[in-house]
Ligand binder design. Structure first.
Ligand SMILES: [Zn+2]
Length: 460
């Protein structure tokens, strides 16, 4: 089936999401302004980032990256098992135990993942006394994979039990996959509450789908040869730096996604003047600046981060990376890839000491890249600065980062054998993103593209 162009999908996404954007913009702006005001007062003017000494920036204002409405506190998840009239879950008791672990377990769970990336700010908890509800018997057939009806029937039955939308933040419907033939490994409303998961769901795809619920789109890659940011080409490749871009749940979120979720706090910096800035690893316990934002002409922004393994996060993602944020929408950013993107996908886009990104009069040059810190020199106005002394990179990226296909293989839609050049799912329609990419989007390098319309706009 012909697929809409990526651009078309994007504009569709913007169109569909415009409403909610407008709705939350006011509040978000207020929150951001208040946060900025507090931080400007609270953060001392000295560098807080360890070796993030600023070459010319003593007088610089320590303004953090403006962030979205914070995702914080307990997110209540109603996990509901359902049967179809003609297709039932084979072993609901075992599935219930599996789901309890996958959603709320101490490790490799939805809760453990987002707890780690948010540094404890957000937790996912059962919406009621039982971690899993059901199975409910839906009065519908499996064939056709009617996700809208699945949601309607599930909500109706929950209401009959006294469970309404007020009782949960996320509704996750787990159904027997074998006869539904959905062709995807998960589906979710973007900036919404509903997700649909097949009963053979994976940890990777669950983290990906709930990322959609939090407003995140698919995370793609821009080709910017020689670091010329004004001459980039969109690709159908994913970034592999986040579960939203094929990195699986072994990857943390990328810096723009962290900003979208409000999880960078004061440990980020919006560059207001030329200078040399330090970065600490984005994930993990290190204190200091975890993300840098450089303003670009036209309202776009460049975000820089240092990724290093920490606990269960970023076990494969390693290095300094840059992302282009379009028009200030942190939910929609792309990895800047300056070189031929070959080899280990988790390393694609890694910037080495001396690498330079240029846009108009703005120049960003990577300085030292060490184990626990990196430096970046930013020139905003075209003025000359002493060249950054390239520092040998810490040995890393040994090339044996073979992606463990274990998780990816479980994702049904990988089976299409679609090539890496295929259109990636920027799938949206009634604010529904087929999270399928999941495979692609969770792990592997193949990106089957699937778009589909979601349920009616009642889902936001
Ligand atoms: Zn997706």
């Amino acid at each position: 089936m012909p697929l809409p162009s990526r651009q078309r999908l994007r504009s569709l996404m913007r169109e569909r999401e415009g409403e909610r954007e407008r709705g939350r913009t006011g509040l978000a702006v207020l929150v951001v302004l208040l946060t900025v005001a507090v931080l400007v007062l609270a953060v001392p003017s000295t560098a807080t980032g360890g070796e993030s000494g600023t070459g010319t920036g003593e007088a610089e204002e320590r303004e953090p990256i403006p962030q979205g409405q914070a995702v914080s506190g307990e997110r209540r998840v109603a996990v509901v098992m359902v049967n179809f009239r003609d297709s039932r879950l084979r072993d609901a008791a075992t599935l219930e135990a599996t789901l309890t672990d996958t959603y709320f377990g101490a490790a490799r769970s939805l809760d453990s993942y987002y707890r780690a990336v948010s540094r404890g700010a957000a937790r996912f908890v059962p919406s009621g006394d039982a971690p899993v509800i059901g199975p409910l018997d839906l009065p519908m057939r499996a064939a056709g994979c009617d996700d809208a009806r699945m949601a309607e029937e599930t909500e109706r039955q929950l209401a009959a039990r006294g469970v309404t939308e007020a009782d949960y933040d996320h509704l996750s419907i787990v159904f027997p996959a074998r006869d539904a033939d959905c062709g995807w490994s998960g589906l979710a409303s973007v900036q919404g509450s509903t997700s649909w998961m097949p009963d053979d769901l994976s940890y990777d795809s669950l983290v990906h789908e709930i990322g959609h619920n939090l407003g995140l789109g698919h995370h793609m890659r821009l080709d910017c040869p020689d670091g010329a940011l004004d001459d980039c080409t969109e690709t159908d490749g994913t970034s592999h730096k986040t579960p939203m871009g094929g990195g699986g749940a072994a990857a943390g979120l990328a810096a723009p996604e962290m900003a979208h979720a409000g999880w960078l706090g004061a440990e980020s910096l919006r560059v207001a003047e030329s200078g040399t800035y330090g970065l600490r690893p984005l994930h993990g316990p290190a204190k200091g600046v975890r993300a840098l934002e450089v303003p670009l002409d036209g309202g776009d922004r460049l975000l820089l981060e240092l990724r290093r393994a920490s606990g269960a996060l970023d076990t494969e993602v390693d290095g300094v990376f840059a992302y282009r944020v379009r028009g200030g929408d942190y939910a929609e950013s792309e990895l800047v890839d300056t070189g031929p993107s070959e080899g280990d996908p988790a390393r694609v886009g890694a910037l080495a000491a001396g690498d330079t990104l240029v846009s108009g009069a703005t120049t960003v040059t990577v300085g030292a890249v060490r184990e626990g810190a990196a430096t970046v020199r930013v020139t905003l106005d075209g003025e000359e600065h002493a060249p950054v002394r390239p520092t040998p990179r810490t040995p890393q990226g040994t090339g044996d980062h073979k992606s463990e296909q274990r998780d990816g293989e479980g994702l049904a839609e990988t089976g299409t054998g679609a090539g890496a050049g295929d259109l990636v799912p920027w799938v949206v329609a009634a604010v529904l993103l087929l999270a399928t990419g999941a495979a692609a989007l969770t792990r592997s390098g193949t990106h089957p593209a699937r778009g589909r319309r979601g349920p009616s706009s009642r889902r936001r």
